[in-house]
Design a protein around this ligand. Structure first.
Ligand code: ADP
Ligand code: MG
Length: 221
């Protein structure tokens, strides 16, 4: 499903070259869930961006859905992302001028994978029935993030990448959102790679890996 082989990534900064990832090996099987942990600045978001093909490694290989990302150009990577990948960030990144149902369908439309029945089912599962015509600003933070999760899953991706998806929510909304995320991931049988700094959030996932000084260490759940 997803495999990283000896992935290296540095950034050029005014202070010089900053090594962030120094030889990352990581494999995620179809349907498997992994929590990616590590202190702030350890490179978790960088790793996620590379896995999503939003950035390219200095060296090393990234295979996603049987494609070596290095062999694809930017347009092909974008196409693969639209068709096979769901992305959820700490900031919800909803389109403010689109209502709930249009936000939900937007990505699926772009990917030519619209499924009205599945969208309708998602609205119900997200707890947003009756709010289909609401705009994001009329929703609570938890509702907005549920919508962002629904949007990511509307295309039935094979992999969901989530970067601290509950980081902007109070503990109670975070729990509800996380529970829903895990239920929908199980329902769609997609794989999950979720960045979190919370051991509590990591616990229900199959595996935990920890980033430290550019290296990945398997850690107990
Ligand atoms: N585009 C960039 N240019 C320069 N430095 C960056 C860039 N993106 C991230 N970094 C740096 O790389 C390190 C890892 O960042 P990040 O992956 O966001 O960490 P995390 O998500 O684990 O908090 C940090 O020191 C950050 O400042
Ligand atoms: Mg981050």
């Amino acid at each position: 499903m997803l495999a990283l082989h000896q992935v290296h990534k540095t950034f050029n900064t005014p202070q010089g070259v900053l090594p962030v990832l120094s030889g990352i090996d990581l494999t995620l099987q179809a349907g498997e869930s992994l929590a990616l942990m590590g202190e702030s600045g350890s490179g978790k978001s960088t790793l996620l961006h590379l896995a999503a093909g939003l950035d390219v490694p200095d060296r090393g290989q990234i295979i996603f859905a049987d494609h070596d990302l290095a062999t694809l150009d930017e347009a092909e990577r974008a196409r693969l992302r639209r068709q096979q990948l769901g992305l959820v960030f700490q900031q919800f990144h909803l389109v403010p001028s689109l209502n709930v149902i249009d936000n939900l369908r937007l990505q699926a439309r772009l990917a030519n994978r619209e499924d009205a029945k599945w969208s309708a089912h998602l609205v119900k599962r997200l707890g947003l029935s009756g709010r289909e015509r609401y705009f994001p600003e009329q929703l609570s933070g938890g509702q907005q993030q549920r919508l962002a999760i629904g949007r990511a899953l509307a295309v039935r991706p094979s992999l969901l990448l989530a970067d601290e998806p509950t980081g902007n929510l109070d503990e109670q909304s975070a729990d509800t959102v996380l529970e829903l995320l895990l239920e929908l991931v199980a329902e769609t049988r997609c794989a999950l790679l979720m960045v979190t700094h919370s051991a509590r959030v990591a616990k229900p996932l199959n595996r935990v890996a920890r980033l430290h000084r550019g290296q990945l260490q398997d850690a107990p759940t």
